[in-house]
Design a protein around this ligand. Structure first.
Ligand SMILES: C[S@@+](CC[C@H](N)C(=O)[O-])C[C@H]1O[C@@H](n2cnc3c(N)ncnc32)[C@H](O)[C@@H]1O
Ligand code: SF4
Length: 492
């Protein structure tokens, strides 16, 4: 498992720096419960828009200026077995050791919910209800549905859920039943994301997945019958996976009729069993051309089946099917991460959002010709801050011990400067089909746009803007394959 970042020490009570709560104009209102409603822009092929599914209210402007959406992530760090490629902060029963129990986990997590409510209120941030909740892992569905429901109730009690709030859980296909899914739906869950990875037995075996691929259509049907939206996760580029294998996986996903698909290129994480197998020559990784061909095939087949891309690795049938929780991360909204190793981020109240276009227009009319993220108040060293990110201790035993002692499980934190927030905003925003308003970019980034359009990496018409649609940096298909290089040029 990767180490936590180095950072500044976290105060024992988890208090946030006072400048985080410095009032913003109009910042005392609750979030608009209806403001998150989204709609599909013209779907691929029905109107010439080069982009896929584009949720409304783009970028950090997701929340009206001066108000910022708030999401809660709940990490559940348990798995029945560890897949050979996975380095997430998760533990099998054997790895867990004494002093941390799966049975007590819901109560421990609820203690952190209580702490979070107090910390946010103490710093003076405006009261906000929760727009999205995401239970991730690990395998959240290793816990009984009743435990997940209790944690969700605690979140509802602490902040309230917006009407229509999105509540997702990740699940392994072999960790759900029709009744557990019904129980989740009746508790307020709206969405489930299954880790399918592949439909091909030898690929699943290389990944050391335990589920029977024949179960996928069943779990999708059970979840839908329970009234849940369903997403399937796929991994491409597993050693030994042919292009035909990948096509089989995509066709199997499409045949289920799901409305959301995530497809991730396999990353061989250092320290995993798979990394050792590659090092010893037992597994051979595909080359970049193979990965690119698989990405292109995914986009072609998913698009033809009516699922448009809305983020480089994510496709949805309509904008309503997009994962609003992940969109909130990518747009730079606030969230609290509950659980061992979970990260949280809160922007300074005086910062509308990292790098939101404020006074500038698409032709760069801001002072100095560009939009720089509005700075929050200065920290002790006098430097302006855009927000604070912190992370919890990784081991469930230490996590539980900190909360039981009445303190914060925070292990460290970093205070983001406006420059750092700007880099993140560009890095995440450009990966979205809605793109990044050129007004958000600093002059050097805006100057790079023409060259990126000429090389076919950014969409030309989107970069020009039209009518009420501001000029935006939107990746082409080729640009999606080279997204990191595009970001480097836009932030040079
Ligand atoms: C951490 S898992 C949690 C969900 C659930 N435990 C499961 O695996 O089905 C979330 C997703 O992350 C993706 N993932 C995990 N490790 C990965 C890796 N090394 N490379 C690419 N994707 C990975 C998988 O697609 C997986 O479905
Ligand atoms: S089941 Fe999911 S979280 Fe658990 S080890 Fe496998 S990929 Fe990682």
């Amino acid at each position: 498992m990767p180490a936590l970042p180095d950072g500044l020490p976290m105060p024992g009570d988890g208090a946030l720096p006072a400048w985080v709560g410095t009032a913003r104009p109009g910042g005392t209102e609750r979030s608009d419960p209806h403001g998150h409603a989204s709609h599909a822009t013209p779907a691929p092929g029905d109107g010439g828009d080069p982009r896929g599914v584009v949720p409304a209210a783009g970028g950090a402007q997701d929340a009206p200026r001066g108000r910022r959406r708030f999401g809660v992530y709940v990490h559940v760090p348990f798995c029945s077995v560890r897949c050979g490629y996975c380095d997430f902060n998760t533990y099998t029963a054997a790895e867990l050791g004494g002093g941390a129990s799966q049975v007590a986990y819901a109560d421990t997590a609820l203690r952190e919910v209580g702490l979070a409510g107090k910390v946010l209120a103490d710093v003076g941030l405006p009261e906000r209800s929760v727009s999205t909740v995401f239970f991730g892992g690990g395998t959240p569905t290793m816990l009984p549905a009743g435990d997940l429901a209790r944690i969700l109730d605690g979140i509802r009690g602490a902040w309230g859920l917006e009407p229509g709030a999105e509540v997702t859980t990740e699940a392994n296909p072999d960790s759900v039943t029709p009744s557990s899914l019904e129980r989740l739906a009746s508790a307020g869950f709206t969405r489930v994301s299954f880790g399918m990875q592949s439909a091909v037995p030898h690929v699943l075996a290389t990944l050391e997945r335990t589920h029977d691929p024949a179960r996928i259509p069943d779990v999708v049907r059970w979840a839908r019958d329970a009234g849940l939206r369903v997403s399937l996760d796929l991994i491409y580029g597993t050693p030994g996976e042919s292009l035909a294998d990948w096509r089989t996986s995509l066709e199997t996903v499409i045949a289920t009729g799901v409305d959301h698909v995530s497809a991730y290129a396999l990353v061989v994480e250092p320290g995993t069993k798979m990394a050792a197998q590659v090092r010893r020559g037992q597994l051979t990784l595909p080359d970049e051309d193979d990965q690119a061909a698989k990405y292109e095939l995914a986009d072609e087949l998913l698009t033809a089946a009516g699922l448009g891309w809305y983020e480089v690795s994510n496709w949805a049938r309509t904008a309503d099917d997009a994962c609003r929780h992940n969109l909130a991360y990518w747009r730079g909204n606030d969230w609290w991460g509950i659980g061992p190793g979970a990260h949280s981020y809160v922007a300074a109240a005086a910062t509308p959002a990292p790098a939101v276009a404020t006074s500038a227009t698409s032709d760069g009319g801001g002072p100095g010709g560009g939009v720089v993220p509005a700075a929050g108040p200065p920290d002790d060293d006098g430097e302006a801050r855009a927000g604070v990110r912190w992370w919890n201790v990784k081991h469930p035993r230490r996590y539980a011990a900190a909360l039981e002692a009445g303190g914060s499980p925070g292990a460290g934190r970093e205070l983001l400067t406006p420059d750092e927030a700007y880099l993140e905003r560009v890095m995440l925003g450009v990966r979205l089909a809605e793109g990044l308003e050129l007004a958000v970019l600093r002059p050097a980034g805006r100057h790079a746009v023409a060259g990126l359009v000429a090389r076919g990496l950014l969409d030309g018409p989107a970069a020009l803007g039209a009518g009420e649609r501001p000029a935006r940096a939107v990746l082409t298909l080729r640009g999606r394959l080279l997204a990191d290089a595009v970001v480097r040029e836009l932030t040079a």
